[in-house]
Design a protein around this ligand. Structure first.
Ligand SMILES: *[C@@H]1O[C@H](CO)[C@@H](O)[C@H](O)[C@H]1NC(C)=O
Ligand SMILES: *[C@@H]1O[C@H](CO)[C@@H](O)[C@H](O)[C@H]1NC(C)=O
Ligand SMILES: *[C@@H]1O[C@H](CO)[C@@H](O)[C@H](O)[C@H]1NC(C)=O
Ligand SMILES: *[C@@H]1O[C@H](CO)[C@@H](O)[C@H](O)[C@H]1NC(C)=O
Ligand SMILES: *[C@@H]1O[C@H](CO)[C@@H](O)[C@H](O)[C@H]1NC(C)=O
Length: 949
């Protein structure tokens, strides 16, 4: 490639750059100056006269125009000036977590016609929300929560037809919820909005029946803690998309509409602390309901309703002071996900029986102040039970534990990562990796989580991993996060203290803080559904020390404009170098990506790839920090696996074959061709490969929660309960079914084992590692004759003896995986083979086939695992001697789905807890874990003037 360009050409390019990119539009500059004059504590980099060119922190530009202002947690004080209206190209404005920003929002904000995201979470703004907000036609995301806004909800918000997210919670808003009437708009027109978060205001009047219709697509309606009165409108039952409904802590009255149970997608229902009356609501048929709280209403005296026995998805049932009478049905306690039952202050009577097959997640039964006369527990229930105030405890001399109120033990969700603890000086805190640092802290507030057992540490691990994953994919300098002090507050929100630790140094700079702040304030971070809607409230960060004082680029450009030829030349040289690099990079990309493919090494022609990229060695070296030890996440006979972050921000796992264990070029090519064709949500997908400088590397999507083996052995900190294991089983089976039946050509995996099943962000299982995979040609549809490969313990004996590989060999290995899921034992442990152990222990005439001795004690102690008999039947069919006697993977999938249904799980649900999705489906919202979300912090902080072409 010719690396020389004529000098005049270079000059032309460079001058164009100076003209196009380095000069901020004067109107925008004027507006930013007004912000700077009105605010204290603006970033020290706000000097010079060219915010786009000089890279003012927090200001993002496209060409010469300011398109984003991202300044969360900067400690700004002052007011929002009217002049902000001049930023006519502004798309994102995020000033969250600056409590010192006060005064009212100027009505001129309505002139920011391009604005699509406005976040002012937890600032000190007051006064009315201006009606002009309704002119922001492009607005998709609007969060004004946790301020001091007063007055009414502006009816004009109804004009925001693209609005996806509307959060006005925790203000002092009054008046009624506006609906349209022909002349004035209203919120009933927001048929694209998914989130109405209005909790903790002083909204009053009736909930207008007109607000809801079948045209709405709402998933979260949060009206809790207001002064709403009147009936719950019948129209609410029309909003079929609804997943979370909070109407608690109002003054609602009348009876609950009888069509409430047509909301079959509902996961969370809070009607507590109102004046509701009439018959006890009928929740029959709401099969995905996780939490119900209807406490403190004056329903008619009623017997325990039949839905207590039938709502299999319940995690939390709270019905204090609801005039319930009669006996609690024993099968309530066997709902597989049940964690908490609080039925205090009712008229429940009879003998309490928990039965022997109660949920293994059950942790609290509080039945204080009822008329219960006896207690029976066949299964030795040992978690918290409170019967204080019942006849069973009233006789003198009763000493049972359940007649004494116990102090509950606090949990410490984040243990340190196996490092020697350190003691830190001054305000520093020890991170989970035992480094002293100044963390960015705050409170994560979950407004309606689907779980209530706060002692289940797995929950915190999932949340931590999911936060880390989000920060890393946005290339934020985060070392680790820690969660502590889980508490439910009086509003029934779950509060968690969150500490975010810096990587590389002991404090964050402004760029880091505002990047992290905006990921949380703009809901770019989307936790798994079980956590429900969240808000992050940041504490002031006072440790920006170490930030560079001057902006060197600013000085250079200032001098150049002043006429210093030398500096201008330097600058041009800089551009020249930059452009050379860019040009070379672009040229390299445009070239045949397989240029380095070496056909002489009997590797055949260029690989036929679908969607996989060819990476240079340099690129992978850079994104793994020169294959540093810190980025290593696994190793084996073949070599090592590294975690890396690509330039795009995507997290990847890079499998690097070590010298000596590389395959032949042909084998490697076959593998990447095969892998690149595989696309299924339960199969780990290939992002690309590297075949250069004698290296062979495979680049996969990064799966954050490790291998199934690590979870079963307790190594990863994730404890899978029986329900989660069923989900893992069905997901892995679907991945395998895809490979066998839908991939083209069909693929036999040949190495199915728990180490090759990975758990993603939401604990969905994905089948990984096709190192040994075999595609099947048309001529060999029934079997492939090969040299026997695989892993001891999982190996199909028939294949071993005949060397004829069929799909049924994978089915055998999958049967072994199923046995591991039940027992958490390695296939061969202390010389014992799991298949034989289970077969010998099995007695079909006995309860749970007499397998209690071999089942994993962490999930089975004292409880019945629903469907375990059918599960083991299926596993034993998979490990039959002959392939012909084993089921196909589709049969396996179907059978596990049946078992899930028996156990009360929705086999089509994706996540670890709820059925429907919490991701934004409306336009503009990407997949929640992609790094290209509309509100991603990308580019906003700091922008590169050169990239902004
Ligand atoms: C908001 O209003 C409350 C009550 O009037 C007051 O205590 C609080 O200081 C105000 N907050 C701010 C940031 O102005
Ligand atoms: C619609 O409502 C507005 C304000 O609530 C009121 O001023 C107007 O008269 C109403 N129009 C009709 C046609 O009812
Ligand atoms: C639903 O939307 C359609 C147009 O898409 C409209 O004609 C109809 O009146 C709307 N229904 C309700 C109840 O708002
Ligand atoms: C929302 O309402 C508008 C106008 O009534 C209609 O054109 C549009 O199709 C509706 N969208 C949905 C998702 O119902
Ligand atoms: C409750 O609702 C279900 C389903 O809609 C219905 O079959 C049942 O009869 C209702 N029960 C009562 C007591 O109204």
């Amino acid at each position: 490639m010719d690396s020389r360009i004529p000098v005049f050409y270079l000059l032309v390019i460079s001058i164009q750059i100076l003209v196009v990119a380095a000069v901020t539009n004067t109107q925008d500059y004027g507006a930013l100056l007004a912000l700077k004059d009105n605010w204290q504590n603006t970033p020290p980099s706000w000097v010079g006269s060219d915010p786009c060119g000089d890279i003012w922190e927090g200001i993002g530009c496209t060409n010469s125009r300011v398109t984003s202002i991202t300044l969360p947690s900067m400690g700004l004080t002052g007011q929002l000036p009217t002049d902000i209206q001049s930023l006519s190209e502004l798309q994102t404005l995020d000033l969250s977590y600056n409590q010192g920003l006060t005064g009212s929002i100027p009505p001129s904000i309505g002139n920011l016609k391009k604005l699509s995201s406005l976040s002012l979470v937890n600032c000190g703004f007051s006064g009315p929300i201006p009606n002009s907000i309704g002119s922001l036609q492009q607005l998709v995301y609007l969060s004004l929560n946790s301020n001091n806004f007063t007055g009414q909800i502006p009816p004009s918000i109804g004009n925001l037809s693209n609005l996806f997210w509307l959060d006005l919670a925790e203000n002092m808003l009054t008046g009624t919820i506006p609906v349209s009437n022909g002349t004035t708009p209203g919120l009933d027109m927001l048929n694209n909005t998914k989130h109405f978060h209005f909790g903790k205001n002083q909204l009053s009047g009736q909930i207008p029946p007109q607000l809801f219709s079948s045209n709405m697509t709402l998933i979260h309606v949060l009206f809790e803690s207001n002064d709403l009165t009147g009936n719950i409108p019948l129209t609410l039952g029309l909003v079929q998309t609804l997943e979370v409904l909070r109407l608690d802590r109002n003054s609602l009255s009348g009876s609950v509409p009888s069509n409430l149970n047509s909301l079959t997608n509902l996961n969370e229902l809070f009607l507590s602390n109102n004046g509701l009356s009439g018959p006890m609501p009928n929740l029959t048929g709401m099969s995905y309901l996780n939490s119900v709280d209807m406490s403190n209403n004056t329903f008619d005296v009623a017997d325990v309703p039949p839905w207590f026995s039938t709502l299999q998805s319940l995690t939390t049932l709270v019905m204090e002071r609801t005039r319930l009478q009669g006996q609690i049905p024993v099968n309530l306690f066997s709902h597989p996900q049940l964690q908490t039952v609080i039925l205090r202050n009712n008229q429940l009577n009879g003998t309490l029986s928990i039965g022997s097959s109660y949920s293994d997640q059950l942790q609290l039964i509080d039945l204080q102040n009822n008329f219960i006369t006896g207690f029976r527990s066949a299964g030795g229930y040992s978690q918290e039970l409170i019967l204080v105030g019942n006849p069973v405890c009233l006789e003198t001399g009763v000493t049972e534990n359940y007649c004494i109120i116990q102090q509950s033990i606090p949990t410490n969700p984040t243990p340190s990562n196996n490092c020697a603890s350190v003691s830190c000086g001054s305000d520093q805190i020890s991170s989970p990796n035992c480094n002293c640092a100044y963390p960015y802290t705050g409170t994560l507030l979950l407004r309606a989580p689907s779980f209530s057992n706060l002692r289940n540490l797995t929950i915190y691990t999932i949340l931590q991993n999911s936060l880390m994953n989000s920060f890393q994919s946005h290339q934020l300098p985060v070392d680790s996060v820690s969660l502590s002090n889980p508490t439910k507050n009086l509003d029934d929100y779950l509060l968690l203290s969150l500490e975010i630790f810096p990587s590389g140094q002991d404090h964050f700079n402004r760029t880091g803080i505002s990047g992290i702040g905006s990921v949380l304030s703009s809901q770019t971070f989307k936790p798994p559904e079980m956590f429900g809607p969240y808000v992050f409230i940041a504490s002031l960060y006072g440790y920006f020390a170490g930030t560079k004082k001057s902006s060197s680029t600013g000085i250079i450009i200032g001098a150049a404009v002043g006429g210093s030829v030398l500096v201008l030349l330097l600058l041009l040289a800089g551009f020249y170098a930059f452009f050379q690099k860019r040009r070379a990079e672009r040229a390299a990309k445009q070239n045949n990506p397989f240029a380095s493919w070496d056909p002489t090494k009997s590797s055949g022609g260029i690989p036929q790839l679908k969607g996989a990229r060819c990476f240079s060695f340099e690129e992978l070296k850079k994104c793994t920090n020169n294959f540093s030890e810190a980025s290593e996440i696994g190793s084996g006979g073949y070599g090592r696996v590294y975690r890396g972050t690509l330039l795009s921000g995507q997290l990847v796992a890079i499998k690097r074959a070590q010298q000596g264990s590389t395959q032949g070029g042909l084998e490697f090519k076959t593998e990447i061709e095969l892998l690149s064709r595989v696309h299924h949500k339960n199969v780990v997908s290939l992002v690309g490969f590297c075949f250069e400088q004698g290296e062979q590397m495979l680049v996969y999507e990064y799966i954050p929660n490790g291998t199934l083996m690590e979870s079963l052995s307790g190594k990863s900190g994730i404890r899978l309960d029986w329900m989660m294991r069923l989900r893992v089983a069905v997901a892995a089976a679907r991945g395998l079914q895809y490979l066998h039946e839908l991939a083209n050509p069909p693929i036999i995996h040949r190495d199915i084992k728990t180490n090759n099943i990975l758990l993603d962000e939401r604990l969905n299982a994905k089948v990984a590692d096709f190192g040994l995979s075999k595609p099947m040609g048309d001529t060999e549809r029934s079997h492939v004759t090969t040299q026997v490969k695989g892993t001891m313990g999982y190996l199909d004996p028939e294949y071993y003896m005949t060397q004829q590989l069929t799909e049924k060999s994978d089915v055998y290995s999958f049967g072994v995986v199923m046995l591991e899921l039940m027992t958490a034992r390695a296939p061969i442990e202390k010389g014992k083979y799991i298949v034989r152990e289970v077969r010998e222990a099995m007695d079909k005439t006995k309860d749970q086939y007499n397998l209690q001795g071999v089942l994993d004690p962490t999930i089975s102690s004292g409880t019945t695992l629903k469907g375990v008999e059918k599960f083991v039947d299926l596993a034993m069919r998979c490990v039959e001697e002959t392939g012909a006697a084993r089921p196909t993977m589709s049969e396996v999938v179907k059978e596990i789905e049946n078992i899930m249904q028996l156990a009360g799980l929705n086999p089509t649900a994706e996540s670890a807890s709820t059925s429907a999705s919490y991701e934004g489906a409306s336009k503009g919202f990407d997949h929640p874990y992609s790094n290209e979300g509309l509100f991603a912090y990308s580019g906003a902080f700091p922008p590169s003037k050169l990239e902004a072409k």
